[in-house]
Design a protein around this ligand. Sequence first.
Ligand code: AHR
Length: 496
Amino acid sequence: MMKNSIVINADVEKGTINRNIYGHFAEHLGRCIYEGIWVGEDSPIPNTKGIRNDVLEALKQINIPVLRWPGGCFADEYHWKDGIGPRSERKRMVNTHWGGVVENNHFGTHEFMLLCELLDCEPYICGNVGSGTVQEMSEWVEYMTFDGESPMANWRGENGRQEPWNVKYFGVGNENWGCGGNMRPEYYADLYRRYQTYVRNYGDNKIYKIAGGANVDDYNWTEVLMREAGRLMDGLSLHYYTIPGDFWLGKGSATNFPEDEWFITMQKALHMDELITKHGTIMDKYDPEKRVGMIIDEWGTWFDVEQGTNPGFLYQQNTIRDALVAAVHFHIFQKHSDRVQMTNIAQTVNVLQAMVLTEGDKMILTPTYHVFDMYKVHQDATLLSVDATVGSYKYNDQEVPQVTVSASKDKDGKVNISLCNIDHKESASLSIQLRGIAEQISSLSGTILTSDTIDAHNTFEQPEVVKPTEFNQASIENDQLDVTLPPMSVVLLTIA
Ligand code: AHR
């Protein structure tokens, strides 16, 4: 077993880790909103004004900073006026993207804002460019944020809400290169310029405008958007999913996968680093001050749907492999936190790489949930400089770094070091030098998330197969920390 050597420079601070890196995304897709979040006020499932309490309590625990809604592809077909007023009178429509099911619009703007209030998070609304009008987008902003007398503000009042809401984040379309209108970047850049003009700031509400960004490695999209519209945006998005197989021919199973798919999944998760670096280099050309944030508002694993479920519902299980993917991503995002201002995992409940899964009145926490819970200490903390020389995780003739790491200091001076060993067979022995804090150390504590099998996951029958436990394979002497990471593990160490 190779000794991996890491230096944590606690006295070299690299700026604040934006809490929004731990953001979420909930779309009108499958059972994310309906069943997963919204059950309605008359449901036998305990709820707060229609929002199920078990999910609410679980999500409160992980400190969701920002929540993106209503899509995704759904956003460019969503007409917000269908989702306000008495629920019994709201328009029933077909969710053509996702399963062709009836959307009754019972969860609309008021319900979403209530959810954000209950979660104490910022709303991130995604507007409709693909099939909506400039007027419609403009009026939505007026409806939500105008304080005083105006047609939309009056209408909001008639629907029971006098006070305007604060809406900080607003996306001007989604995937406009694909489901959001199949546009060329030049065309979308012009539309973005036009639509965003009417996304107004009313009163004290200052909107952070996010332009629809590239798919994976479409660097030309980023180039054109930054060149033609960079000065008119606050953020530019990027979408990249971790898919071990082929998107159309078979993505791979969430639970029943061979060892090589474990390796490929890790390799593809690590690819996020290259994407951020290359898109970031283009952004630097037009925005050297890094004013425009990179907003990775869709990321996570995407596997084949679970057998017997609606293919349009994107329901997948979640294993220890997903937990490692999340940890790898957070280390990458934090490393790039000078440019990455927000990310939103897809998606919060019952869809893709979810935090919680529900079945009727039952709910379970996924391994991914536990990573969000462990890593919440990094939100708004100061990123520390880390130098790592680590061995390789080899599979057949390929290799990737076996260990990834990130460290931050919180406002009380506690240092949190998160580590993951992505090798599914070998443990990793780490020699960590702590520069700049050695004299102040009074305690070391740790938490680990791991398992013995590559497909370990929680079910409604066995909900606690994968859960965090105390970690005791770390010892400290002066400025030297020795750690042994078991195979496929995520560890959080706190030094106070
Ligand atoms: O998250 C699922 C879908 O993936 C979103 O609706 C879309 O934006 C992306 O293609």
